[in-house]
Design a protein around this ligand. Structure first.
Ligand code: AMP
Length: 274
């Protein structure tokens, strides 16, 4: 699919799914093929208000170039006078965040399956010199079988050089970003550690009452493993090897995939049945 080949008349618009900062998301059916997609409708005037044009262009270019089972596909885009439409892969089970809130924390097999999927997707992104920089549960969607899909490339950059822009969401930020130092793909590896902890304990590791306290806990790597819920030593070992201040000493995505906790717990289908 290429820009301008498509228009709204090619789709039957269905149920409203949700609303983000820049527009609304609907389920839609491509009329000729019957294929179900998610149609994200972005209002140009909102983009202008937040001066977000270049960000969106970057998001489109990056996401459109990525083909991986754990990265949400952006099939196509088109626009009219007032709106931009993104034709996205439909993630029928919605946000992983909602599932985590419902279950409070995940059993180890489910957590490991998601961490394995994340590591595989990020290995692929990093190979293409794409750093996501804003991985958090809200940006992780689940398809109809429950397979994890990384979505929302609004903060991603395509670069092999070190970056200095401060961005991302507080609880998931690596120390080098908090301290406004140069950073590279290893910020995503830190975030895998934060997410692994949050999947198992239900809260991110450096949560605090105020922003400043969270910053301090991140910089100190003030990592505490509560006694409840029970989490295996292998899982704690993986987390401790990812939440490492020196970014060059963090486990690589390849080593995450070889870690015994991942090897012994990942569901080979890529999703959890129970
Ligand atoms: P966003 O504008 O990306 O923040 O999305 C607004 C809402 O739509 C959120 O609840 C998302 O979970 C949901 N959503 C976004 N993209 C998709 C998709 N491809 N499939 C299913 N739900 C989506």
């Amino acid at each position: 699919m290429v820009e301008e080949e498509w228009s709204l008349s090619d789709f039957e618009i269905g149920k409203f799914i949700g609303e983000g900062k820049f527009g609304k998301v609907y389920i839609a059916r491509e009329k000729k093929s019957g294929y179900i997609v998610a149609l994200k409708v972005i209002f140009k005037r909102k983009l202008e208000k937040y001066k977000f044009h270049s960000h969106l262009r970057r998001e489109i270019e990056i996401q459109h170039s990525l083909y991986h089972p754990n990265v949400l596909r952006l099939f196509a885009w088109f626009h009219d006078d007032t709106r931009i439409f993104l034709v996205l892969e439909y993630a029928a089970q919605g946000e992983l965040y909602k599932l985590l809130k419902n279950l409070h924390h995940f059993p180890e097999k489910r957590a490991a399956t998601y961490v394995g999927s994340l590591a595989r997707a990020l290995a692929y992104c990093h190979e293409k010199h794409v750093i996501h920089r804003d991985i958090k549960p809200e940006n992780l969607l689940l398809d109809f079988e429950g397979r994890l899909k990384i979505a929302d490339f609004g903060w991603a950059v395509q670069s092999s050089a070190k970056r200095q822009t401060m961005c991302g969401t507080l609880d998931y930020l690596a120390p080098e970003m908090v301290e406004k130092k140069e950073h590279d793909h290893a910020v995503d590896n830190w975030t895998i550690g934060v997410l692994c902890y949050e999947f198992l304990y239900g809260v991110p590791p450096f949560e605090a009452d105020g922003q400043y306290d969270t910053y301090r806990r991140i910089v100190k790597v003030d990592l505490v493993f509560p006694s409840f819920p029970f989490v295996s030593l292998e899982a704690k070992d993986l987390i401790s090897k990812l939440l490492v201040k020196d970014s060059s000493k963090r486990l690589s995505v390849q080593k995450i995939l070889e870690h015994p906790w991942i090897v012994n717990n990942v569901d080979p289908s890529g999703y959890c049945k129970e």
